[in-house]
Ligand binder design. Structure first.
Ligand code: SIN
Length: 341
């Protein structure tokens, strides 16, 4: 008799407030992130068996960090683990627990590098919490439950983020609040779906993976030692070219072997993303410095510091625009593009 095929859901934990702990249950801000292990996180989620409906749940602690400290090394490790599990026939979907602070960056990174074919049939769902696990009313358990609901929903696919009952696409999601439980928004694009009492209410199509992104090569990511250095500069009243000029100052790449992210910052600049004002406008002095950077071969991409809306191309602009990406996501896209070059 053929063995019964049992599907499973993988939970990959990386730390964050969802795994945070404070001395007092009343304290929702004075905690230390990334203290609680994944088994303990899952044990605190009520009714998971019901949601899993006969599937099994497996967990892996991929990292244990405050996501403000997210590193290229953790991204490489995470992408590898997700890629491995996505390729297994018995894996229905993957849930990643993550800090809220850089969740949108990790989500976009995975969206860009994971194989489009795998993402077309399976969801990778990032989730998080605004209150630590030790809180009198933590939001993590509900968010994990909702993420598992999405991960086991027929037809769900792509890289998604689940928080406070809303399901966002990786390309659109952005943290927009410092404190509220409903801390994420998809801006003009709106959420993909909502999770209500264990059921998904889809309000638009599940997101497609970017098959046209030539740099979406997971093997490349696994082996890369030197990530192209791309920095973000912002436009504001009184902005000058001083920061750009400092970044352009020749820096020694000597001793670049086995470098940490901090040491990587010493690698010569390859790209600059400008968080411009409004429709990506740039102070004339900063613009002149960016022109100097571009003349030296540094790629310049124009984004906006506005929370919503996209930079619309103007005929007069000499810099590329970010194709609707926020500054932090445009930086990732540019790094991946440069990596492929
Ligand atoms: C973090 O991003 O790891 C800490 C903050 C949070 O998860 O809300």
């Amino acid at each position: 008799m053929a063995a019964k095929f049992i599907e499973k859901v993988l939970v990959l934990a990386t730390g964050g407030t969802i795994a945070g702990s404070a001395a007092s249950a009343a304290d929702n801000i004075g905690y230390t992130a990334a203290q609680v292990g994944v088994s303990q996180l899952l044990a605190a989620v009520p009714g998971l068996d019901q949601v899993l409906a006969g599937r099994t749940l497996e967990a892996e602690q991929v990292a244990q960090i405050d996501s403000k400290d997210m590193s290229f090394a953790v991204w490489q490790q995470l992408a590898q683990r997700v890629n491995h599990h996505l390729a297994q026939a018995d894996v229905a979907g993957i849930v990643i627990t993550h800090g809220t602070d850089t969740l949108e960056e990790t989500a976009y990174f995975l969206h860009a590098v994971l194989p489009a074919l795998q993402l077309a049939s399976k969801p990778v769902v990032l989730t998080c919490a605004m209150r630590p696990a030790s809180s009198v009313a933590p939001d993590g358990p509900q968010n994990i439950r909702d993420a598992v609901v999405v991960a086991t929903t027929t037809g769900a696919c792509g890289v998604l983020a689940v928080c406070a009952g809303a399901v966002h696409a990786a390309a659109d999601v952005q943290k927009v609040h410092t404190y509220r439980l409903d801390a994420f928004s998809s801006g003009d694009a709106g959420a993909v779906a909502y999770v209500e009492e264990g059921a998904v209410r889809l309000v638009k199509n599940w997101p497609l993976a970017p098959v046209d992104m030539a740099h979406a090569a997971i093997e490349k990511i696994a082996s890369v030692n030197h990530w192209p250095r791309v920095e973000i500069v912002m436009n504001y009243a009184g902005a000058s070219g001083a920061l750009v000029d400092a970044l352009l100052a020749p820096v020694s790449a000597a001793g670049a072997q086995g470098q940490t992210d901090a040491q990587l910052a010493q690698v010569p600049l390859r790209g600059l993303v400008v968080a411009g004002t409004g429709n990506g406008t740039i102070h004339q002095d900063l613009e002149a410095a960016l022109r100097r950077a571009q003349a030296l071969g540094v790629r310049v991409v124009r984004s906006t510091r506005c929370a919503t809306g996209r930079v619309l191309a103007t005929e007069s602009s000499e810099f590329a625009h970010s194709k609707g990406l926020s500054p932090v996501k445009a930086r990732i896209a540019l790094m991946l593009e440069l990596m492929q070059a």
